[in-house]
Ligand binder design. Sequence first.
Ligand SMILES: NC(=O)c1ccc[n+]([C@@H]2O[C@H](COP(=O)([O-])OP(=O)(O)OC[C@H]3O[C@@H](n4cnc5c(N)ncnc54)[C@H](OP(=O)(O)O)[C@@H]3O)[C@@H](O)[C@H]2O)c1
Length: 439
Amino acid sequence: LDSINAKSLHTKSERTCSIDRGKHKAVCKIAILGFGTVGSAVARILAEHAPDHLRLIHICNRDVNRKKVDWIPPQVQWTERFNDVLSSDADVIVELIGGLQPAEDWIRCALLAGKSVVTANKQVIADCGPELLNLAKQRNCRLAFGAAVAGGVPVISAIQDGLAGDEISKICGILNGTCNYILSEMGDSGATFTTALVEAQKRGYAEADPREDIDGLDARAKLAILARIGLHAKVCTTRIFCRAISAIEPVDFEFAKQLGCTIRQVSTAELNKGVLFAAVQPALVALSSPFGLARGSQNIVVCTGKFGGETTFQGLGAGGNPTAVAVVSDILAMAANTNVSSNGVSPSHDISPRVSNDFVTSHYVRFSTSHTMRAVSALVKALETSKINVGSVLANRSRSSKFSAVTVQACTPSALQKALKQGRPSDIFQFYRIIPILN
Ligand SMILES: NC(=O)c1ccc[n+]([C@@H]2O[C@H](COP(=O)([O-])OP(=O)(O)OC[C@H]3O[C@@H](n4cnc5c(N)ncnc54)[C@H](OP(=O)(O)O)[C@@H]3O)[C@@H](O)[C@H]2O)c1
């Protein structure tokens, strides 16, 4: 057995940096592409805390002169040409420039050259992760992306390795720190969406153009990756339903509070009878639940398995240092020649399910009316005709407010919308918001 292991280790190590030669590990040479928030934090860890066998040799960034800092060892070469990195003897290329291009091309070139790649790039991995993993396999090198989802929370390796023995049916999470900051700020201080967004931008939690976050596109890419690794479901990101958080108003938090709830951007992927129910949207969550308690850039991922029940992972989902920890952990796993979990993905076993956002769940419905009693009884009647039950009628605490709200018991959003459309006496009220309530 020992000789078989030794043989397979030797074969594996031909192109990696991880040959364990007795007591002395071979040096693993690393090049970083992108010296921004995460890239500089990775470089700092490698410069100050890394074990001897990890050696940073190149840093590549456009207009590189303005990036140079004195704490990087003088042996490290700064360059603005990717080809310098590609033709170097780097074993691992760490892609941290972000975006689809040229990141995708650079990752592909690195793998084709037999160099292993570590990336935090959710867009590239959501778009062509399985194809790049196959390429890595063909070229006998590795691709790891532990930082691409939930930043510093090692949820990818936890799902792939720690929960490998279970059959996961559902993954639900808070995956975007910007939205979480804005919604927790609105819930805590009563701020409007715009005020909370401006505050998030001032504090560096939100980009100048925050649409990727606010509209749910960032969380959607992460959810597609989680669905792939946890549910073995191939899903094109654009097929995942997204609803922006910008439509949420302070009055929604007031009503939610009456139900013991608050509002968060929740990403859910659930496999049921061959259909993948997937969505990124604002949802009512219990104030005392892990989702309700999450603040700022905290991310949470809850996995539900057939045998192991619910397992929750939680921690800092963004920021240079937490994300750099995930990146350096992937580098260390490669250098130790341990099974970097992302290489365990087996695209051949993945399914391509129908994708739907028609989850059966209870809902909160907010509307405006000048005749609350008449409106509620008309609403109850309309919903009952469609066999949808009203759960509770929420009190309007402010006399000046024109809004009222009800909750309805479990139904699909499509059935609810149809019932509301059919039975809507538009002279009495107008619907403003339908938000799912997650238990
Ligand atoms: N920041 C986080 O909290 C976080 C968390 C999880 C994952 N991530 C992921 O980590 C990656 C990096 O994010 P980041 O926040 O570090 O981004 P960032 O601060 O914008 O850093 C990107 C760096 O790459 C450089 N760059 C961009 N395009 C380039 C090109 N074509 N050629 C050469 N250099 C280029 C940029 O140079 P300039 O200075 O000229 O712009 C910048 O220094 C992204 O994929 C992101 O999604 C980030």
